[in-house]
Design a protein around this ligand. Structure first.
Ligand SMILES: *Cc1c(COP(=O)(O)O)cnc(C)c1O
Length: 245
């Protein structure tokens, strides 16, 4: 493939990405230990939406082993340029039912299962393809109209329904809390999430595991780890501000 000047990586940016990644990873480990966990118990997901493959490959070369993409199309068109050996790929963005057939079997986890309807479609397509799709249930913790996700009050009922579906396995919960002005505010949402996570775990629903709590982004991942996050999803703190085209 020819590389035009436009696609030559910016060496300074590459260096910045490298430093950012190392710093964030250190902070994730430090926060994990502060929260009484092992330093490798909290996984750092590098969120790669809108990021050019060359920068993603740099963090993969440094040992990043989990990436998150928002859009099915973007992920499928980028992945051949990525060195993904041994790397877990999660879909974290809003998923429309008509895109389910393109992503089932192509990602290791769908973190954004935001309705029973979507779960049913994932189940149907997974059965057709002969796979079991690992998923997280996305909780709309702030009950925001602008966001998708299951309301906490409906979570248990919906999980019981999903538990009866073939081809789909719920492994935990994911959330994007409302934008908060202070870390203390964000932390309250994360604490609430942890409580739901523990409550659901205690129900021991067949075929529903509560192993993974995915919460915390660039601005609040330390607060999320303090409240029990297992995966933090970090984009701009590693790759810099996103440019949407
Ligand atoms: C973009 C995105 C992130 C990362 O956001 P940053 O603030 O850049 O770290 C995390 N989770 C989801 C679902 C996202 O869409």
């Amino acid at each position: 493939m020819f590389t035009t000047e436009k696609f030559l990586p910016d060496e300074e940016k590459l260096k910045a990405v490298e430093e950012n990644y190392k710093r964030v990873l250190d902070e994730v480990r430090e926060s994990a230990v502060k929260a009484g966990r092992g330093e490798n118990d909290v996984r750092l997901m590098c969120v790669t939406k809108t990021v050019e493959p060359v920068y993603i490959n740099r963090v993969l070369a440094l040992g990043a082993d989990l990436i998150g993409e928002n859009r099915v199309q973007e992920y499928l068109s980028k992945r051949d340029s990525l060195r993904l050996n041994g790397v877990e790929k999660h879909l974290i963005g809003h998923l429309q039912t008509n895109k389910v057939k393109s992503i089932v079997g192509e990602a290791d986890m769908i973190e954004s299962v935001s309705s029973l309807k979507l779960a049913k479609e994932i189940s149907k397509i997974s059965v057709l393809k002969g796979v079991v799709t690992n998923c997280l249930a996305e909780v709309n913790i702030g009950k925001e109209e602008s966001k998708s996700g299951i309301f906490a009050e409906e979570l248990e009922d919906i999980l019981y329904e999903i538990s009866t579906l073939p081809g789909i396995k719920i492994k935990g919960l994911m959330t994007i809390p409302p934008i908060c002005e202070t870390e203390a505010q964000a932390r309250r949402y994360f604490a609430e999430m942890r409580q739901y996570f523990i409550d659901i775990k205690g129900k021991k629903i067949d075929n529903v595991d509560m192993d993974i709590l995915s919460m915390g982004m660039s601005g609040d991942y330390k607060a999320a780890i303090a409240e029990g996050a297992d995966i933090v999803r970090v984009g701009s703190a590693v790759f810099g501000a996103r440019k949407y085209v």
